[in-house]
Design a protein around this ligand. Structure first.
Ligand code: AMP
Ligand code: GLY
Length: 424
């Protein structure tokens, strides 16, 4: 089969890497890809928000299956466009992708179906929102409704800060129309986990639970990033929490979407907050996480391709999905200054040596291959992903390989996985 993967981050390198191991796969293309995807796929330069150009390419290159990494093409309706053209594609349609594309839509589905989540009120008027925030000290989280490149959530500590956030989103229009509506939400205090499932619209099958590390500095200090590392399985997701996450959250939301007449097919990522041994939804994403995809795909023993096909065909219930025993940990190597200001074009050294390491794969994100060298080309540059019999072993394996790699102003967190170890 010919496959097209859409996106250009570490998640997409991991998807291309995993799919390239399938005996069913003949050739992989990646739009637009990076230095890492070019090792296992042919990079093609197409605007990933141009649905017509992508569909045209898929027809001409005889693509049998398209797999999407990031949320923007899904929210932009790529699945609807491909289905119209009878082109097989993996992911939710535009309306179903609203679970990520609109925080208001998502909250309404949760509240309507009694799915555990923080209390919230919806506003389309800044004065009314400010008035409400003044009178209700429980709402200290302000969320822009639409996609805001991961920056549309403000977790505040005071009334003043909350009002500032409302003004920034609704009056200053920091995120444009994405801030026409907002949620004022209850602040939940607990430990976060990323709980991803596959769904064919009816059946829901869990992946390995993971935990992301969003803040840029050790001990969760500093501004939020796309994710500085991830590991799985996450011990915070005990057997009991896992069952609750499936039965109280993921299965009910898939059922609710089917009931609404908008069945959800694809990967559904539940961003959960575990409070007093109960999981609550803080967000949904309509895709694999980045960097969560890296440890998840390292641990996936089964061929990914038949799983994807079964989601498309509605036969997920019969599909075998097996994960390796043990654990995996991904440490992101970033450009110094990320997520604010950073330089690109630095030569990356040590990748050859790193590729000899057993049980470790270096997934590339913001990189560019030129002649025979690889250069930095983004904020998150590499995801050094180790596997081991235990989480400790996986962490050690990843950090051993980190030592072999260098580029100017390379920065990484030293404590990826520490929360898992502190539970041992
Ligand atoms: P998001 O952009 O939706 O991923 O949210 C970014 C981060 O904000 C999450 O990873 C949480 O750490 C935090 N967050 C979102 N909603 C809440 C909430 N209701 N209570 C506490 N923290 C939250
Ligand atoms: N790592 C968080 C995300 O993919 O949204």
């Amino acid at each position: 089969m010919n496959i097209l993967v859409i996106g250009s981050g570490g998640r997409e390198h991991a998807l291309c890497w995993k799919l390239s191991q399938s005996p069913l796969v003949k050739k992989i293309y990646c739009a637009t890809g990076n230095g890492g995807t070019s090792q296992v796929a042919e990079n093609v330069d197409i605007d990933i928000l141009d649905n017509n150009a992508l569909a045209e390419f898929a027809k001409n290159a005889k693509i049998d299956l398209t797999v999407i990494g990031p949320e923007a093409p899904l929210v932009n309706g790529i699945v609807d466009e491909f289905e119209k053209n009878n082109l097989p594609i993996f992911g939710p349609r535009k309306y179903a992708a609203m679970l990520e594309g609109s925080k208001v839509f998502s909250k309404k589905i949760l509240l309507k179906n009694n799915i555990p989540t923080g209390r919230a009120e919806i506003f389309d008027n800044a004065e009314k929102a400010i008035e409400f925030a003044k009178n209700n000290s429980w709402c200290r989280v302000v969320k822009a409704d639409g996609l805001a490149a991961g920056k549309g959530v403000y977790v505040c500590d005071s009334e003043e800060e909350t009002i500032g956030a409302i003004k920034e989103i609704m009056m200053d229009k920091r995120f444009g129309d994405a801030g026409n509506k907002i949620l004022l939400e209850e602040k939940l205090v607990g430990e976060e986990a990323s709980f991803l499932v596959f769904s064919d619209g009816k059946t829901v099958r869990p992946m390995l639970s993971t935990q992301d590390h969003k803040p840029v500095y050790d001990n969760d200090k500093g501004p939020n990033t796309g994710g500085m590392g991830a590991y799985g399985p996450a011990p915070v997701v005990t057997k009991e929490i896992h069952e609750k996450a499936m039965n109280k959250i993921m299965i009910p939301v898939i059922e609710a979407m089917a009931k609404e007449g908008t069945p959800y097919k694809g990967v559904l990522y539940g961003g959960l907050m575990i409070v007093d041994n109960e999981p609550y939804v803080i967000e949904f994403n309509c895709r694999f996480g980045d960097p969560e995809a890296q440890p998840i795909l390292m641990m996936l023993k089964s061929d990914l391709l038949p799983i994807i096909q079964s989601c498309i065909n509605g036969t997920l219930e019969e599909q075998e999905i097996e994960f390796y025993k043990g654990a995996s940990c991904c440490v992101v190597l970033a450009s110094g200054g990320y997520p604010v200001k950073y330089e690109k074009g630095k030569l990356i050294e040590g990748l050859d040596k790193a590729s000899d390491a057993e049980n470790v794969v270096v997934f590339q994100a913001g990189t560019k291959k030129q002649d025979n060298a690889v250069y930095t080309n983004g904020g998150r540059v590499l995801g050094v992903t180790g596997r081991g019999d235990s989480i400790k072993q996986a962490i050690d394996n990843a950090y051993e390989v980190v030592k072999l790699i260098n580029f100017e102003k390379m920065y990484y967190r030293k404590d990826i996985g520490a929360k898992a170890l502190s539970r041992d």
